[in-house]
Ligand binder design. Structure first.
Ligand SMILES: Nc1ncnc2c1ncn2[C@@H]1O[C@H](COP(=O)(O)OP(=O)(O)OP(=O)(O)O)[C@@H](O)[C@H]1O
Ligand SMILES: Cc1ncc(CO)c(N)n1
Length: 274
């Protein structure tokens, strides 16, 4: 019998194309050596060309999935991705309290505030933004928005590393312990600079900007790699550094698949020799 690995729970939507959402989270958890568990919030009809539609999972089924795994198997760290509606966000927030997950409990909780796919297709109903601000961010150990999500949540338009700091401060007002303002979309910067802050420390995580068009699932993969490290008891700054190294290599090794945007790849972490 082998040693039981640490466990991570993702509360997110399914991507039929396998590159983002639940599927990205599970393959990242696997590559990082943690046991992945899921509470599926929505089923998207999606491929490399975009999201053609989605159907939400009934709220009581979403919360029952969280309770089922937390009560039996235990959760060492959790994350959220696509949550679709204010009703789901409200129920998830209440259930996380019930099972002691979040910044005011022992189990770390990462919020990836997914609002749209990289093609611009909406994955969150508009009225749900306020629920993310008021119900999820106060419970978050870390929130990991991209620049579009930062603008939607705070109104701050990030154009450079100076405004990235302003955005981090504005986001912290909503109550998360740490924020990571991702800079992947600052396309005129030759480096990809993500800013991590808890309001005291401001840490710039820098890496080369790889010249690849296949970055589907990049945000989900980063948040999952961070969650996996938190499950393994790393502190937030170390977990985010490990996540940044993980996504950098996964972007570098992204592959074309389908006629549109292919997925980032965590395969490099696995041994293909067998
Ligand atoms: N071309 C690139 N080369 C290297 N790293 C990148 C590149 N693009 C994004 N990244 C990194 O990938 C992570 C995700 O960043 P990004 O700002 O693109 O988030 P996102 O929009 O949520 O991702 P996506 O929409 O691709 O799922 C960040 O750590 C960012 O720095
Ligand atoms: C289901 C799902 N979650 C998240 C994203 C964002 O990458 C996506 N495209 N699809």
């Amino acid at each position: 019998m082998s040693a039981t690995p640490k466990t991570a729970l993702t509360i997110a939507g399914s991507d039929s194309g396998g590159g983002a959402g639940i599927q990205a989270d599970l393959r990242t958890f696997f590559a990082c050596g943690v046991h992945g568990m899921t509470a599926i919030t929505a089923v998207t009809v999606q491929n490399s060309l975009g999201v053609q539609g989605f159907s939400e999972v009934p709220v009581d089924v979403v919360t029952a999935q969280i309770r089922a795994v937390a009560g039996d198997m235990g959760v060492d760290a959790a994350k959220t991705g696509m949550l679709a509606t204010a009703e789901i966000i409200h129920a998830v927030a209440e259930t996380l309290d019930e099972v002691h997950i979040g910044r005011h409990h022992e189990t770390p909780f990462v919020v990836d505030p997914v609002a749209a796919s990289m093609h611009g297709d909406p994955l969150l109903r508009e009225e749900a933004l306020e629920a993310i601000r008021t119900e999820l961010l106060p419970r978050a150990t870390l929130v990991t928005p991209n620049l579009d999500e930062v603008r939607l949540l705070t109104g701050v338009a990030v154009t450079d590393t100076g405004s990235q700091r302003e955005a981090a401060d504005a986001l912290l007002e909503f109550g998360s312990q740490w924020v990571l303002v991702k800079g992947g979309h600052m396309y005129d910067n030759p480096e990809c600079v993500d800013l991590l802050s808890d309001g005291v420390q401001y840490v710039e995580l820098k890496g080369p900007r790889h010249d690849v068009e296949h970055t589907h699932g990049g945000g989900d993969t980063l948040a999952s790699a961070i969650t996996a490290s938190l499950a393994k008891d790393l502190g937030v700054p170390d977990a985010v550094s490990a996540g940044k190294r993980f996504i950098e290599r996964s972007v570098a090794e992204a592959y074309p698949l389908g006629q549109g945007i292919g997925p980032v790849s965590p395969f490099w972490r696995l041994d293909h020799g067998a």
